[in-house]
Design a protein around this ligand. Structure first.
Ligand code: G6P
Length: 587
């Protein structure tokens, strides 16, 4: 994971980098570091802390060129020594890296045998040492970076600078890297919000591109240094959208934005939706592949496709997809769903699908992401930047897009859109202050619990899974979701007096779900009912009006709010839960 940034321009680089890193800290926040270059020397600062909670003394830095990093540890513990940037032995080359160098041990052994001494346990440190090794053999800086990167097996997005000249080199393979082009100033970063306040002109780098930044951006192919042409796009996101505004946390802001983002997700080009519906209808075998919350959205969508379009869709965790490859052929359609478009497991699944000649459609939020570029066709969910590590608005946008597709498959795109309008209004009400206050009452009751169970049947089952994920990832309370009928087959043993059980109920499964609720109520469970109708067996009730196949969108909203309120009450950071990162670029 990790976030990287490079700046080349006219401003005080340390200030630009520091602010940029704050915007990237959702990608990892174990430690941070930055390095600027001026008059043949570097100024460096590193710390084991979340950069968002830091103040630094900018007078310690000089120069208009520099690089920065915010870390999610993979190789080596969380320590200052392991924080990036990493330097060459002469401390004249500095490198920041996002990715995993699979052959770093072999490279380290080789470099050690040549006398190199390492200061960290990271895989990254081999890069500046390799660069130095090649520069010692009379290779110029740019060629040395290139030769070093060609030795790397694994994934990287890298920005390197040399204290002894003004060139910045940025390159990627398998990890995201986007170049920002301003007025005589340039940025290279893992994600656009890092430099959005300075420019909206972006150039997406492709795998094996190397960008040389020196009074302009010159892009070459890493293997043969042939120039390659990359378009400059203008992006529509505004700075406001990537700021918290009046909200105390991004999580709350993004929850509140959902009625608007669902609307945007529903405004797809009808012709494109129609075309995609034809591919779905004509495919022989369809797979949804995704991870985390996106997987739960896919699972919901599989129920919706079954009910609306009478179509069977296989739903597979992206990390498990390779084990299904024998079922793929060139008539298979793989629908890869990912808010970031950078999840390594999803990209691997797409690779597997393409190797078998299958067609790949992606549903993505981040424009220009690796997934978008590697799939044959993309639907964009248009949710705008989601900064909180937890998926909220991107989850409901994914649901909106997939449900529209289900309706489009039976030629009823417009009906899908109308039902979605109703859901959107419900979401607006559900995110209002009065609902939030009602849910705060529940959070007060649950805040010291050790376990929470969530149950649901049919469409409500994936919502139960997503609800448990939301609660555990941000509150650290153990939470588990079940198909309501399954609880009695073992896990009911865990229910004791006062154990909270959240039941998602719809009129179509009310009778059966309420029976399952009775089973746990009889064993002392504290019941929270979520659905259109109250019931005397519920200890706490949150009313969510019925929205038919859009229930997964509306019923998750109270739980997103509950998870947020619980996190705040338990002093957990809602935007940056421990051990997590938003964009998981490791396998
Ligand atoms: C990480 C995030 C989750 C997300 C999952 C899949 O684990 O913390 O919130 O659901 O990745 O991410 P994607 O970008 O592929 O949707």
């Amino acid at each position: 994971m990790c976030g990287i940034i490079g700046y080349w321009g006219k401003r005080d680089a340390s200030k630009v980098l520091f602010e940029g890193l704050k915007k990237l800290s959702y990608r990892g926040y174990d430690s941070w570091g930055l390095c600027t270059s001026s008059e043949n020397r570097f100024s460096i600062s590193k710390a084991v802390e979340n950069i968002e909670h830091t103040d630094i003394d900018f007078s310690r830095f000089a120069g208009n060129i520099g690089i920065g990093h915010t870390r999610w540890a993979t190789h080596g513990g969380v320590s200052e020594a392991n924080a990036h940037p990493h330097l060459c032995p002469l401390e004249k080359i500095a490198v920041v890296h996002n990715g995993v160098i699979e052959n770093f041990q072999a490279l380290r052994t080789e470099l050690k045998s040549k006398g190199h001494k390492f200061k960290s346990e990271t895989d990254t440190e081999v890069i500046p040492h390799l660069i130095r090794e090649y520069m010692n053999q009379d290779t110029g800086f740019v060629d040395a970076v290139r030769t070093a990167l060609l030795r790397i097996e694994g994934s990287f997005a890298v920005v390197a600078i040399n204290a002894e000249d003004d060139i910045m080199v940025a390159s990627r393979r398998g990890s995201p890297l986007v170049v920002g082009i301003g007025d005589n100033e340039y940025f290279a970063a893992s994600d656009i919000p890092a430099f959005l306040e300075h420019t909206k002109s972006v150039m997406y780098l492709y795998d094996n591109d190397v960008a040389i930044i020196n009074d302009g951006v010159y892009v070459y192919n890493l293997s043969d240094m042939q120039p390659v042409r990359r378009e400059v796009d203008s992006i529509e996101w505004d700075v406001e959208k990537s700021m918290k505004g009046e909200f105390s946390h991004f999580m709350l802001k993004e929850i509140a934005e959902q009625s608007e983002t669902i609307k945007r997700a529903s405004e797809q080009d009808p012709e494109k939706i129609k075309r995609i519906a034809t591919w779905i209808n004509n495919a022989k075998g369809i797979f949804f592949v995704a991870c985390g919350s996106s997987y739960h959205a896919c699972l919901s969508a599989s129920y919706i496709f079954s009910a609306v379009a009478k179509m069977h869709i296989n739903v597979v965790y992206a990390s498990e997809f390779r084990y299904y490859k024998n079922f793929l052929c060139n008539e298979t359609l793989v629908i890869a769903v990912s808010q970031s478009g950078e999840t390594a497991d999803v990209l691997d699944a797409v690779k597997t699908a393409k190797e078998k000649g299958s067609k790949v459609l992606s549903i993505v939020n981040n424009m220009g992401s690796s997934l978008m570029r590697t799939s044959h066709h993309t639907l964009h969910m248009n949710a705008g930047p989601e900064i909180c590590v937890l998926s909220t608005k991107t989850y409901t946008s994914q649901l909106a897009v997939m449900t529209l597709l289900a309706y489009a498959c039976i030629g009823n795109h417009n009906e899908g859109k109308s039902v979605l309008d109703v859901a959107q209004n419900q979401v607006y009400n559900l995110t209002s202050r009065s609902t939030r206050d009602h849910i705060k009452g529940l959070a007060d009751i649950l805040k010291d619990k050790d376990n929470i169970f969530t149950i649901g049947r049919g469409l409500q089952y994936p919502t139960a899974l997503e609800a448990a994920l939301k609660i555990k990832e941000v509150t650290y309370i153990h939470a588990e979701g079940f198909a309501a009928g399954e609880l009695k087959h073992g896990s009911i043993a865990l229910i004791e007096k006062g154990t909270p059980v959240i039941a998602f109920v719809s009129p179509v499964n009310e009778k059966e779900t309420v029976s399952n609720v009775m089973e746990v109520k009889a064993r002392g469970a504290y019941i929270i009912g979520i659905g259109p109708n109250n019931n005397e067996i519920y200890d706490y009730f949150i009313k969510v009006p019925e929205t038919s196949y859009f229930d997964p969108i509306t019923q998750i909203i109270p739980i997103q709010i509950l998870a947020y309120k619980l996190a705040v009450l338990r002093n957990c950071n809602p935007d940056k839960p421990r051990n997590l990162a938003k964009s998981v670029t490791v396998r």
